[in-house]
Design a protein around this ligand. Structure first.
Ligand SMILES: Nc1ncnc2c1ncn2[C@@H]1O[C@H](COP(=O)(O)OP(=O)(O)OP(=O)(O)O)[C@@H](O)[C@H]1O
Ligand SMILES: [Mg+2]
Length: 359
């Protein structure tokens, strides 16, 4: 894997020889390449910058949207890397059999690799299946292998099937000394509303929904919100949609602005100010087993994700500690099966956040 620092140095050296910027004597940052170099330096030397504030409590964030290709994985990876580079211990859990998060973080996920499947369906603890990443010593990843594709069916007969991931995360957090516990746990969901996503919604304290600034972006969102509401009423009273992230924004189109406006009108302050632009470097990075933040730190894709992570962290710092969770497996008011009932998207309100959730 290419060392990001090496990439930066070579690209700066190339620029120097082309006479476009002087690295050592970069007194003026009035050219695009110099600005990019400056941004890259800031991202790469994040440790020298002001770290992001620690959250008021461990944040378990489920990144969900049953619509495919909206940026769930890209957001899980890049927010995870940015949080870790800026000093926050972060665990990213790949809950998608496609294993794209694992790929983008350069984590092995061939068949037989200890993975989230072993913790969900088998008896492994998360500690057995957590892998380090090269992006940051503060970033760890639980990979997904293709075995996970069978988990939806295998879990059907398992007792307390909806709580498997939640139990695994809670047990893991409790087994670690406080100074080693992840401060952020990000769960990347598959593009469906089956048992895997249900496990992620039961395990999380909050949901982050990436919304692509494209036509049809809002389609199906009502169903997702209704399902989150069902989970909140029956399985996980603490869950709330706390963050909306606009992704793949293309400033050249009116449509992107229309979608962004519509989302902001509907979701208000839940929407992060930072918007992720459509940027080719973002889509190239996974091919190198990297996040865009390490692959091309000065790119607009990278700096937007760093800004989004900064906002997420500042909002998180204001969160009060969570009340004790009800014990997993406690009787629920009504059964919620592997598949959620169909709902009328047009009539579904945003699941209400409690007062403290609006912090
Ligand atoms: N900001 C961006 N600019 C350009 N390409 C992007 C951007 N964000 C994501 N992509 C690309 O779009 C595709 C879909 O992104 P991603 O895999 O993150 O979506 P997803 O919601 O996780 O998809 P799935 O539903 O299949 O899990 C990928 O090829 C990714 O590289
Ligand atoms: Mg994905």
């Amino acid at each position: 894997m290419t060392d990001p620092g090496q990439r930066l140095r070579s690209s700066l050296a190339a620029d120097q020889s082309a006479g476009t910027a002087s690295v050592t004597g970069m007194a003026e940052f009035d050219s695009p390449i110099a600005m990019e170099a400056l941004r890259a330096t800031k991202v790469l030397h994040a440790a020298d910058q002001e770290p992001f504030p620690a959250p008021g409590r461990i944040r378990v964030i489920t990144i969900a949207n049953q619509k495919g290709g909206v940026g769930k994985t890209t957001s899980s990876v890049n927010l995870g890397v940015a949080l870790a580079l800026y000093g926050l211990r972060t665990l990213v859990i790949d809950l998608d059999p496609q294993g794209n998060t694992s790929t983008a973080l350069g984590v092995e996920h061939t068949v037989g690799t200890p993975s989230v499947y072993d913790a969900l369906v088998g008896d492994s603890s998360l500690a057995d299946v957590v892998h380090p990443t090269t992006a940051s010593p503060l970033l760890t990843c639980v990979p997904a292998t293709i075995d996970l594709a069978g988990a939806e069916i295998e879990l059907v007969s398992v007792v307390a099937r909806e709580y498997r991931l939640r139990r695994a995360i809670e047990t893991h957090l409790q087994s670690l000394p406080p100074e080693q516990r992840p401060q952020y746990v990000l769960i990347d969901c598959p593009p469906s509303l089956g048992l895997l996503t249900l496990n992620a919604l039961v395990a999380g304290d909050e949901v982050l929904i990436p919304i692509q600034c494209e036509y049809y972006a809002l389609e199906g969102l009502g169903q997702l919100l209704n399902n989150i509401d069902l989970v909140r009423r029956h399985l996980n009273p603490g869950i709330a949609v706390r963050t909306i992230l606009l992704t793949m924004y293309d400033g050249r189109t009116k449509l992107a602005d229309q979608v962004a406006d519509e989302v902001r009108n509907h979701f208000g302050s839940l929407v992060l100010d930072a918007v992720i632009p459509r940027n080719v470097r973002v889509s190239e990075a996974p091919g190198y087993g990297q996040s865009v933040v390490t692959y091309d730190p000065g790119s607009r894709g990278s700096t937007s994700y760093v800004e989004a992570a900064r906002e997420l962290a500042h909002r998180g710092a204001a969160l009060p500690p969570l009340p004790a969770r009800p014990s997993p497996g406690a009787p629920v008011a009504a059964p919620v099966g592997a598949a959620f009932p169909d709902t009328d998207a047009a009539t579904v309100p945003v699941p209400p956040a409690s007062e403290e959730n609006k912090a």
